[in-house]
Design a binder for this molecule. Structure first.
Ligand SMILES: Nc1ncnc2c1ncn2[C@@H]1O[C@H](COP(=O)(O)OP(=O)(O)O)[C@@H](O)[C@H]1O
Ligand SMILES: Nc1ccn([C@H]2C[C@H](O)[C@@H](COP(=O)(O)OP(=O)(O)O)O2)c(=O)n1
Length: 211
Protein backbone atom coordinates (compact mmCIF):
# COMPACT_ATOMS: atom_id res chain seq x y z
CA UNK A 1 0.00 0.00 0.00
CA UNK A 2 1.13 3.57 -0.72
CA UNK A 3 -0.36 6.42 1.36
CA UNK A 4 0.42 10.00 0.26
CA UNK A 5 0.40 12.99 2.62
CA UNK A 6 0.91 16.28 0.80
CA UNK A 7 0.42 19.82 2.04
CA UNK A 8 1.79 23.32 2.49
CA UNK A 9 5.03 24.13 4.34
CA UNK A 10 5.05 23.25 8.05
CA UNK A 11 1.52 21.87 7.94
CA UNK A 12 2.66 18.74 9.81
CA UNK A 13 3.44 16.44 6.87
CA UNK A 14 6.55 14.77 8.24
CA UNK A 15 5.29 14.44 11.85
CA UNK A 16 1.96 13.04 10.69
CA UNK A 17 3.60 10.74 8.12
CA UNK A 18 5.97 9.41 10.75
CA UNK A 19 3.09 8.70 13.15
CA UNK A 20 0.96 7.05 10.48
CA UNK A 21 3.92 5.01 9.21
CA UNK A 22 4.76 3.80 12.70
CA UNK A 23 1.13 2.78 13.30
CA UNK A 24 1.16 0.84 10.02
CA UNK A 25 4.62 -0.64 10.60
CA UNK A 26 6.00 0.77 7.32
CA UNK A 27 8.62 3.44 6.46
CA UNK A 28 7.75 6.99 5.51
CA UNK A 29 9.42 8.83 2.66
CA UNK A 30 10.20 12.55 2.90
CA UNK A 31 10.49 13.87 -0.66
CA UNK A 32 11.23 17.38 0.60
CA UNK A 33 14.49 16.17 2.13
CA UNK A 34 15.84 15.35 -1.34
CA UNK A 35 14.99 18.87 -2.56
CA UNK A 36 16.62 20.25 0.59
CA UNK A 37 19.73 18.09 0.11
CA UNK A 38 20.04 19.16 -3.56
CA UNK A 39 19.83 22.78 -2.37
CA UNK A 40 22.47 22.28 0.32
CA UNK A 41 24.90 20.67 -2.14
CA UNK A 42 24.31 23.49 -4.63
CA UNK A 43 24.95 26.14 -1.97
CA UNK A 44 28.07 24.37 -0.70
CA UNK A 45 29.44 24.17 -4.25
CA UNK A 46 28.72 27.87 -4.82
CA UNK A 47 26.42 27.11 -7.75
CA UNK A 48 23.70 29.39 -9.10
CA UNK A 49 20.55 27.61 -7.86
CA UNK A 50 18.68 28.69 -11.03
CA UNK A 51 21.15 26.79 -13.23
CA UNK A 52 19.64 23.34 -13.76
CA UNK A 53 22.39 21.85 -15.94
CA UNK A 54 25.29 22.51 -13.56
CA UNK A 55 23.27 21.58 -10.49
CA UNK A 56 22.10 18.30 -12.01
CA UNK A 57 25.64 17.43 -13.13
CA UNK A 58 26.83 18.11 -9.57
CA UNK A 59 24.08 15.89 -8.12
CA UNK A 60 24.94 13.09 -10.52
CA UNK A 61 28.62 13.35 -9.61
CA UNK A 62 27.80 13.32 -5.87
CA UNK A 63 24.84 10.92 -5.54
CA UNK A 64 22.50 11.30 -2.59
CA UNK A 65 20.75 8.48 -0.77
CA UNK A 66 17.48 8.87 1.13
CA UNK A 67 17.13 6.47 4.04
CA UNK A 68 13.37 6.24 4.64
CA UNK A 69 12.94 5.12 8.25
CA UNK A 70 9.57 5.23 10.07
CA UNK A 71 10.98 7.35 12.91
CA UNK A 72 12.70 9.98 10.75
CA UNK A 73 14.33 10.11 7.32
CA UNK A 74 18.07 10.58 6.84
CA UNK A 75 20.00 11.71 3.77
CA UNK A 76 23.52 10.56 2.92
CA UNK A 77 26.14 11.54 0.40
CA UNK A 78 28.40 8.52 0.48
CA UNK A 79 29.47 8.15 4.14
CA UNK A 80 28.59 11.77 4.96
CA UNK A 81 25.23 12.38 6.63
CA UNK A 82 23.53 15.63 5.48
CA UNK A 83 20.33 15.38 7.54
CA UNK A 84 21.30 17.81 10.31
CA UNK A 85 21.95 20.68 7.88
CA UNK A 86 18.78 20.38 5.82
CA UNK A 87 16.42 22.54 7.92
CA UNK A 88 18.55 25.69 8.12
CA UNK A 89 17.20 29.12 7.19
CA UNK A 90 19.50 29.32 4.13
CA UNK A 91 18.22 25.99 2.77
CA UNK A 92 14.63 27.15 3.49
CA UNK A 93 15.37 30.29 1.46
CA UNK A 94 16.82 28.49 -1.59
CA UNK A 95 14.86 25.27 -1.81
CA UNK A 96 11.86 26.60 -3.77
CA UNK A 97 14.16 27.77 -6.57
CA UNK A 98 15.71 24.31 -6.83
CA UNK A 99 12.30 22.58 -6.58
CA UNK A 100 11.04 24.63 -9.55
CA UNK A 101 13.65 23.07 -11.89
CA UNK A 102 11.99 20.32 -14.01
CA UNK A 103 15.27 18.37 -14.31
CA UNK A 104 15.70 18.29 -10.54
CA UNK A 105 12.07 17.21 -10.11
CA UNK A 106 12.68 14.34 -12.54
CA UNK A 107 15.82 13.36 -10.59
CA UNK A 108 13.87 13.30 -7.29
CA UNK A 109 10.86 11.48 -8.79
CA UNK A 110 13.05 8.69 -10.22
CA UNK A 111 14.59 8.04 -6.79
CA UNK A 112 11.19 7.95 -5.11
CA UNK A 113 9.63 5.62 -7.68
CA UNK A 114 12.51 3.17 -7.18
CA UNK A 115 11.59 2.65 -3.50
CA UNK A 116 9.81 -0.60 -2.62
CA UNK A 117 6.23 -0.23 -1.30
CA UNK A 118 4.59 -0.22 1.20
CA UNK A 119 5.32 3.26 2.55
CA UNK A 120 3.81 6.62 3.44
CA UNK A 121 5.14 9.36 1.10
CA UNK A 122 4.98 13.05 2.00
CA UNK A 123 5.63 16.25 0.07
CA UNK A 124 3.70 18.37 -2.43
CA UNK A 125 3.02 16.20 -5.46
CA UNK A 126 3.09 12.68 -4.05
CA UNK A 127 -0.62 12.09 -4.74
CA UNK A 128 -0.69 13.92 -8.08
CA UNK A 129 2.53 13.33 -10.07
CA UNK A 130 4.70 10.76 -8.33
CA UNK A 131 2.24 8.19 -6.95
CA UNK A 132 -1.13 8.89 -8.61
CA UNK A 133 -1.95 5.22 -8.04
CA UNK A 134 -1.74 5.57 -4.21
CA UNK A 135 -4.51 3.80 -2.31
CA UNK A 136 -5.10 6.72 0.08
CA UNK A 137 -4.29 10.42 -0.32
CA UNK A 138 -4.34 13.27 2.20
CA UNK A 139 -3.60 17.01 1.98
CA UNK A 140 -2.74 18.99 5.14
CA UNK A 141 -3.36 22.70 5.59
CA UNK A 142 -3.30 25.26 8.45
CA UNK A 143 -3.15 29.04 8.56
CA UNK A 144 0.28 30.67 8.04
CA UNK A 145 0.25 32.03 11.61
CA UNK A 146 -0.38 28.63 13.18
CA UNK A 147 2.29 27.01 11.01
CA UNK A 148 4.78 29.74 11.92
CA UNK A 149 4.01 29.33 15.63
CA UNK A 150 4.62 25.60 15.39
CA UNK A 151 7.88 26.05 13.48
CA UNK A 152 9.17 28.73 15.86
CA UNK A 153 10.63 26.07 18.15
CA UNK A 154 12.80 24.83 15.25
CA UNK A 155 14.11 28.14 13.81
CA UNK A 156 16.04 31.08 15.32
CA UNK A 157 13.73 33.77 13.77
CA UNK A 158 10.61 35.20 15.43
CA UNK A 159 7.07 34.17 14.43
CA UNK A 160 6.36 37.09 12.01
CA UNK A 161 9.61 36.45 10.11
CA UNK A 162 8.93 32.71 9.91
CA UNK A 163 5.36 33.40 8.77
CA UNK A 164 6.56 35.75 6.01
CA UNK A 165 9.05 33.14 4.78
CA UNK A 166 6.37 30.42 4.79
CA UNK A 167 3.95 32.58 2.79
CA UNK A 168 6.72 33.38 0.28
CA UNK A 169 7.53 29.68 -0.08
CA UNK A 170 3.81 28.73 -0.42
CA UNK A 171 3.67 31.11 -3.38
CA UNK A 172 6.86 29.81 -5.02
CA UNK A 173 5.78 26.18 -4.50
CA UNK A 174 2.16 26.62 -5.62
CA UNK A 175 2.61 25.06 -9.10
CA UNK A 176 3.45 21.62 -7.73
CA UNK A 177 1.35 21.95 -4.57
CA UNK A 178 -2.24 21.49 -5.79
CA UNK A 179 -4.13 18.81 -3.85
CA UNK A 180 -4.99 15.64 -5.76
CA UNK A 181 -8.71 15.66 -6.66
CA UNK A 182 -9.12 12.43 -4.67
CA UNK A 183 -7.19 13.64 -1.59
CA UNK A 184 -8.88 14.09 1.79
CA UNK A 185 -8.10 17.67 2.89
CA UNK A 186 -7.46 18.10 6.62
CA UNK A 187 -7.20 21.49 8.33
CA UNK A 188 -4.71 20.65 11.07
CA UNK A 189 -5.15 24.05 12.79
CA UNK A 190 -7.65 22.93 15.42
CA UNK A 191 -6.18 19.43 15.84
CA UNK A 192 -3.34 18.04 17.94
CA UNK A 193 -0.64 16.06 16.14
CA UNK A 194 -2.15 12.83 17.46
CA UNK A 195 -5.58 14.05 16.38
CA UNK A 196 -4.36 14.43 12.78
CA UNK A 197 -2.67 11.00 12.84
CA UNK A 198 -5.87 9.35 14.13
CA UNK A 199 -7.95 11.18 11.48
CA UNK A 200 -5.71 9.80 8.75
CA UNK A 201 -5.64 6.26 10.19
CA UNK A 202 -9.45 6.23 10.50
CA UNK A 203 -9.82 6.90 6.77
CA UNK A 204 -7.41 4.30 5.45
CA UNK A 205 -8.84 1.41 3.48
CA UNK A 206 -8.92 -1.89 5.37
CA UNK A 207 -5.53 -3.54 5.05
CA UNK A 208 -4.81 -7.14 4.11
CA UNK A 209 -1.50 -8.73 5.26
CA UNK A 210 0.01 -8.58 1.74
CA UNK A 211 -1.26 -5.08 0.90
N1 LIG B 1 -1.45 19.17 14.65
C1 LIG B 1 -0.35 19.68 15.21
N2 LIG B 1 -0.47 20.36 16.35
C2 LIG B 1 0.61 20.94 16.91
N3 LIG B 1 1.86 20.91 16.41
C3 LIG B 1 2.04 20.22 15.28
C4 LIG B 1 0.94 19.59 14.62
N4 LIG B 1 1.43 19.01 13.49
C5 LIG B 1 2.76 19.28 13.46
N5 LIG B 1 3.13 20.00 14.54
C6 LIG B 1 4.47 20.54 14.81
O1 LIG B 1 4.66 21.54 13.82
C7 LIG B 1 6.03 21.55 13.39
C8 LIG B 1 6.07 21.37 11.87
O2 LIG B 1 5.65 20.06 11.56
P1 LIG B 1 6.35 19.19 10.43
O3 LIG B 1 5.86 17.79 10.59
O4 LIG B 1 7.82 19.41 10.44
O5 LIG B 1 5.70 19.85 9.12
P2 LIG B 1 6.08 19.70 7.60
O6 LIG B 1 6.68 18.34 7.40
O7 LIG B 1 4.78 19.88 6.89
O8 LIG B 1 7.06 20.78 7.33
C9 LIG B 1 6.72 20.46 14.18
O9 LIG B 1 7.33 21.06 15.32
C10 LIG B 1 5.60 19.56 14.62
O10 LIG B 1 5.87 18.88 15.83
N1 LIG C 1 7.35 16.70 -3.33
C1 LIG C 1 7.88 17.88 -3.02
C2 LIG C 1 8.45 18.09 -1.74
C3 LIG C 1 9.01 19.30 -1.46
N2 LIG C 1 9.04 20.25 -2.41
C4 LIG C 1 9.71 21.52 -2.17
C5 LIG C 1 8.79 22.56 -1.65
C6 LIG C 1 9.40 23.02 -0.34
O1 LIG C 1 9.63 24.43 -0.40
C7 LIG C 1 10.73 22.29 -0.21
C8 LIG C 1 10.97 21.63 1.14
O2 LIG C 1 9.87 20.80 1.43
P1 LIG C 1 9.70 20.13 2.87
O3 LIG C 1 8.45 19.32 2.78
O4 LIG C 1 10.95 19.47 3.29
O5 LIG C 1 9.59 21.31 3.91
P2 LIG C 1 8.44 22.28 4.36
O6 LIG C 1 7.33 21.51 4.95
O7 LIG C 1 8.00 23.01 3.13
O8 LIG C 1 9.11 23.19 5.32
O9 LIG C 1 10.77 21.34 -1.25
C9 LIG C 1 8.47 20.05 -3.65
O10 LIG C 1 8.47 20.95 -4.49
N3 LIG C 1 7.92 18.85 -3.93
Amino acid sequence: MIVTIDGVAASGKSSVSSGVARALGVPYVSSGLLYRAATLLGLEAGLDLHGAAKLLAHLQAHPLRLEPLAGGNRVWQGERELTGGLHSTRVDAGVSVVAALPDVRGWVDAQLRALPAPFVAEGRDMGTTVFPQAQAKFYLTASPRIRAQRRASERPEDVPAIEAALVRRDLLDRVQSAPAPDAVVIDTGPLTLDGVIQTVLAQLPQRTPSA
